[in-house]
Ligand binder design. Structure first.
Ligand SMILES: [Zn+2]
Length: 101
């Protein structure tokens, strides 16, 4: 019970007044003046009103694009290392000295 009270208090402290522009799609009571993550579920906050003009790049899209490229850089060597024998390329594993038995 006290943990619920604490959760409600932290939500209230994260809530900003009338100038709030960003809200959680799942929790309409969460309102913030700047983009970020929902304190309740962690989802990215979205603009409350429909943007008319160009407000620059979406910070969530920028963040996920960066994560995509970082993950891709680490995934390609792993893909080559694990899948190359199955397509007939043994040079990579031979380079590391693994025996195909
Ligand atoms: Zn939420």
């Amino acid at each position: 019970m006290s943990s619920q009270d604490h959760t409600a208090h932290s939500v209230k402290s994260a809530t900003v007044g009338a100038d709030a522009k960003y809200t959680c799609p799942m929790h309409s009571q969460v309102r913030q003046a700047k983009p970020g993550a929902c304190p309740l579920c962690g989802m990215g906050l979205e603009v409350e009103s429909v943007a008319v003009g160009d407000e620059g790049p979406n910070p969530e899209l920028v963040d996920f694009t960066r994560r995509f490229w970082v993950a891709l850089v680490f995934s390609i060597p792993l893909l080559i290392l694990t899948m190359s024998p199955f397509v007939g390329i043994t040079a990579v594993r031979d380079f590391f000295g693994e025996r195909m038995s």
